[in-house]
Design a binder for this molecule. Structure first.
Ligand SMILES: *[C@@H]1O[C@H](CO)[C@@H](O)[C@H](O)[C@H]1NC(C)=O
Ligand SMILES: *[C@@H]1O[C@H](CO)[C@@H](O)[C@H](O)[C@H]1NC(C)=O
Ligand SMILES: *[C@@H]1O[C@H](CO)[C@@H](O)[C@H](O)[C@H]1NC(C)=O
Ligand SMILES: *[C@@H]1O[C@H](CO)[C@@H](O)[C@H](O)[C@H]1NC(C)=O
Ligand SMILES: *[C@@H]1O[C@H](CO)[C@@H](O)[C@H](O)[C@H]1NC(C)=O
Length: 524
């Protein structure tokens, strides 16, 4: 009872006296405020004046304090409105660590080592207006960490090594006017959430890795201009292309908002280190989609084999699509889709072709600025029906060759068929007519498959009509007459005639005869 009384007297003295002796060392006490400031201490002092309104404990970068974790019992002053615990080595905060401080307006926890922030971390701070967490590296900020801070005006999350930030974290901060995210590793941001924060006035995004900002953010920037606020976008990795052309325009018209000259291009290489406002407008025009190159326009593969069509494309924000002959689209993706890979450079890979892949494929490269297309004909040779395929590919030469060998022209004028086609036509014959099959396979001299006469002779039989037959008879008769006259034709002469078919008509005729004879024998 007596003790309490003394305490009350001390309290009254403390509040009323301007320069009280009771004011703790390190504190300044006045009628209205008690401000304490400490540097090198190992924890929050446990006998702070209960009337304390502001407390600053600040270690330094070179010699931080080592508080470890903060518990709710550390603070027992219901009047405290400013709390600064800088470089204090705080690594964790108990749930409700600040709940004894309902009047707290400023909480500065700069350069500590706080590892996690949850909904409980700032419990009870319903009047908080400024929260500074700068320099707490590798802190796991849970999405609801700031849910209980409806009056927050200023949030500082700079130098926290953040590479992503779920801006839904900020959704409940309806009053937020200052957002500091400087010196992080942000590559992108959810700008839509930012633009929903209608009271934003100052944004610091300097020293991140941002490359672009969607043009519809111009409304947010206009809003900031209207409020005479500021946007710091310096020291990022701006990609100076059509996407941020609007920013050039804005930085000129809203010079008070943007720090002009602060937006330095990082890419493309040709514009590196150039300030966006100095980039000529034509360089900020979109690159239209274009297929620069594909290594094939037509490709023939066996069923089951792989196909690679190697292409290169250009264009801003393009979508690469390969459309198969039946109209199914394959969009570029790092993943394989049913054995098909479509690459962002326009290339197509099929691990195993099937009959469904046969036909015209279309490469389409499109963006909102235009489209470019190219067709590639993929001929898949089906493994089960090889003979049919061979027939279809070789039937056409037969009638054309036959027309050239009309009865008026003798065999001499028809070496149009190249020697190499001989085996193919032999195969054709075998499939085309079983009658001729027996005939053609037997007599064809295997020693001289390159002979140009062989196909010609076959043509006569292939033609099969009465004309052909008459011609054959005529040849036989000529042959017989000839044989009677000159007898045996020596091999050397024959060889010559083969090598130089147009040399003289004579040896050629001679050459034809023995062959037709042998064929005739086979035929009958
Ligand atoms: C801005 O445009 C993006 C697409 O580029 C869209 O997803 C977003 O919803 C837009 N935001 C606003 C606020 O209009
Ligand atoms: C550039 O800014 C002016 C207003 O300052 C606006 O009228 C114009 O549409 C803007 N152009 C672009 C491309 O954003
Ligand atoms: C595709 O073409 C490019 C350029 O011609 C070449 O460097 C590359 O090796 C080719 N890729 C494949 C897989 O053939
Ligand atoms: C396109 O990308 C594929 C897959 O990465 C690659 O194999 C190919 O060489 C590239 N083509 C060109 C022309 O660079
Ligand atoms: C394939 O496409 C090319 C070019 O578009 C066209 O000329 C050709 O007729 C097409 N072929 C088939 C079999 O559709």
């Amino acid at each position: 009872m007596y003790l309490q009384c003394i305490k009350a007297i001390v309290f009254v003295q403390l509040v009323s006296s301007v320069q009280s002796q009771q004011c703790r060392q390190g504190c300044k006490c006045s009628a209205k405020v008690t401000i304490c400031a400490f540097t090198q201490i190992s924890g929050v002092p446990n006998n702070l004046p209960t009337a304390i309104t502001a407390l600053t404990i600040s270690g330094s970068a070179s010699s931080p304090n080592s508080f470890g974790h903060l518990s709710p019992s550390a603070f027992l002053s219901s009047r405290m409105s400013h709390l600064i615990l800088r470089y204090c080595g705080i690594d964790a905060m108990d749930a409700g660590a600040f709940r004894a401080l309902p009047e707290l307006k400023t909480l500065n926890l700069e350069f500590n080592k706080i590892r996690i922030l949850t909904q409980q971390s700032f419990q009870g701070l319903t009047k908080l207006t400024t929260l500074d967490l700068t320099g707490n590296n590798h802190c796991d900020i849970k999405p609801n960490a700031f849910n209980g801070l409806p009056t927050l005006l200023e949030l500082r999350l700079g130098e926290m090594d953040l590479d992503t930030l779920d801006l839904n974290l900020l959704k409940s901060l309806h009053s937020l006017a200052t957002l500091d995210l400087h010196g992080n590793k942000l590559k992108t941001l959810d700008w839509t959430v930012l633009s929903s924060l209608t009271n934003l006035k100052h944004i610091d995004l300097s020293g991140n890795q941002l490359t672009t900002i969607p043009s519809n953010m111009s409304t947010l920037f206009t809003q900031i201009e209207t409020k005479k606020g500021s946007i710091n976008l310096g020291n990022n990795l701006w990609k100076c292309n059509w996407e941020i052309k609007w920013m050039k325009n804005m930085s000129v018209s809203f010079s008070s908002v943007f720090s002009i000259g602060n937006i330095i291009c990082n890419s493309p290489a040709s514009l590196q280190y150039i300030s966006l406002i100095n980039v000529p407008d034509p360089k900020l025009e979109p690159i239209l989609p274009k297929i620069l190159y594909c290594d094939k326009t037509k490709v023939t593969v066996n069923e089951g084999s792989a196909v690679f069509i190697n292409c290169t494309i250009k264009g801003d924000s393009t979508t690469v699509t390969w459309i198969n002959p039946s109209g199914t689209s394959f969009v570029s993706s790092p993943l394989q889709q049913n054995g098909h890979n479509v690459y962002v450079n326009g290339s197509l890979y099929m691990s195993s072709t099937s009959s469904a892949d046969r036909g015209n494929w279309t490469l389409s490269v499109s963006s909102k600025f235009g489209e470019d297309q190219r067709a590639v004909d993929i001929n898949v040779i089906l493994s089960t029906t090889t003979t049919t395929t061979t027939t279809t590919t070789t039937t056409t030469p037969i009638p054309t060759t036959v027309t050239t060998t009309t009865p008026t022209t003798t065999p001499i004028t028809t070496p149009t068929t190249t020697p190499t086609t001989t085996p193919t036509i032999a195969t054709t014959m075998s499939t085309a007519s079983s009658k001729i099959l027996t005939m053609s396979t037997v007599p064809l001299p295997t020693r001289e498959p390159e002979s140009p006469e062989a196909p010609n002779m076959l043509m006569y039989y292939a033609a099969g009509g009465g004309g052909g037959f008459l011609l054959l008879l005529l040849t036989i008769i000529i042959c017989c007459l000839k044989c009677k006259k000159s007898g045996h034709v020596d091999d050397a002469e024959r060889f010559d005639s083969v090598k130089t078919p147009r040399k003289t008509p004579r040896p050629r005729r001679v050459n034809v005869v023995p062959r037709s004879n042998s064929l005739k024998h086979a035929y009958y």
